[in-house]
Design a protein around this ligand. Structure first.
Ligand SMILES: *[C@@H]1O[C@H](CO)[C@@H](O)[C@H](O)[C@H]1NC(C)=O
Ligand SMILES: *[C@@H]1O[C@H](CO)[C@@H](O)[C@H](O)[C@H]1NC(C)=O
Ligand SMILES: *[C@@H]1O[C@H](CO)[C@@H](O)[C@H](O)[C@H]1NC(C)=O
Ligand SMILES: *[C@@H]1O[C@H](CO)[C@@H](O)[C@H](O)[C@H]1NC(C)=O
Length: 284
């Protein structure tokens, strides 16, 4: 029941976007406010755990439809993916013809928050066990288990994942303008000691993902921007203060919340400044 209303929330978000468009349309056309309207979605890349049975491949596509298609299909094609309509049935809200028409022109760009890929396989989940919800509808394994919260083999940093995601969005969704709104590296534990400040892994991550982005742009993806998550350590939605993504470390035990630049700060600022030898840390 709760997750059935999940679908309604998404439908509502999409329709708010349409309403935004209607109220802002006049201003935008008049050029009074040269703003752009877009929506940002969490966008993992999905990989199937195996090529056989073919159910695993189908599971990967099903997950892509439920994960990305849930938003992108309405925004590009005016309706939910066929997979979702078949599986969710009457629990899925529907769009009127007008909604569909407006949805299709509601976004100037798509924002993507991308961190890593999930490896998923087929796992038929019975009604009795999980009820009528999003997890049962998707029926994959390797998704909501430990992988989101722990580093293990079911999720991994792989810069190719960003390239595959962008290629998929390009080919399947008519190459929309894209902004990578979040992309970054997570570290755990004590965040302010010398070792934690010398975050070579974060540099490697950012360098490889930005490299991957460049390959996508060269291959035709319309990527307009990339933002590193995050400028400094902060309260994380999933990890509270236990994990850190910042280019700057913050000492949360210090009343004054003292900040320390990590090595990645130096790397990133020299990268942005186009310094040739990246402050002497090109080797990462
Ligand atoms: C449209 O522009 C006018 C004039 O600048 C402004 O007062 C109004 O708030 C704008 N409306 C929207 C929805 O942005
Ligand atoms: C659909 O949109 C048109 C034009 O904006 C409007 O005239 C019509 O009343 C709308 N139809 C419905 C059913 O909302
Ligand atoms: C940071 O770590 C790298 C490799 O782990 C090491 O080569 C380098 O000397 C360290 N730099 C500092 C300033 O500690
Ligand atoms: C480039 O994009 C095309 C589809 O547009 C795809 O078939 C091809 O594999 C991509 N190449 C690389 C190197 O990503």
């Amino acid at each position: 029941m709760i997750l059935a209303s999940f679908h309604r929330v998404v439908a509502l978000i999409l329709l708010v976007l349409v309403a935004q468009l209607e109220t802002q349309q006049r201003n935008l056309t008049l050029g009074i406010q040269r703003g752009q309207i877009g929506i940002t979605i969490v966008a993992f890349w999905l990989k199937s755990v195996s090529d056989s049975p073919k159910e695993d491949i189908t599971a990967k596509q099903r997950m892509l439809d439920f994960h990305l298609g849930w938003f992108l299909d309405p925004l590009v094609y005016g309706d939910y993916p066929a997979t979702m309509k078949n599986i969710v049935g009457s629990r899925l809200p529907f769009f009127t013809e007008n909604d569909s028409k407006q949805l299709k022109i509601s976004c100037d760009f798509i924002g993507l928050n991308h961190y890593f890929e999930f490896h998923v396989g087929d796992l038929p989940i019975t009604f009795s066990k999980y009820g009528n919800d999003y997890v049962r509808d998707i029926s994959v394994r390797g998704l909501f288990s430990k992988s989101l919260l722990q580093r293990d083999s079911t999720s991994s940093s792989n810069p190719r994942s960003l390239q595959r995601l962008l290629e998929y969005v390009n080919v399947k969704y008519k190459n929309p303008a894209v902004v990578i709104h979040e992309n970054g590296f997570r570290s755990d534990g004590d965040n302010c000691n010398a070792q934690a400040l010398n975050d070579t892994e974060r540099i490697e991550y950012l360098q490889s993902y930005i490299g991957s982005l460049l390959l996508s742009i060269r291959n035709g993806s319309d990527v307009r921007g990339h933002f590193v998550w995050s400028f400094m350590d902060c309260f994380e939605l999933l990890f509270e203060y236990k994990s850190h993504y910042g280019l700057y470390a913050v000492d949360f035990n210090d009343q004054k919340r003292k900040r320390y630049p990590r090595m990645s700060t130096r790397w990133f600022s020299s990268f942005l400044a186009k310094e040739k030898n990246n402050a002497g840390i090109t080797s990462y």
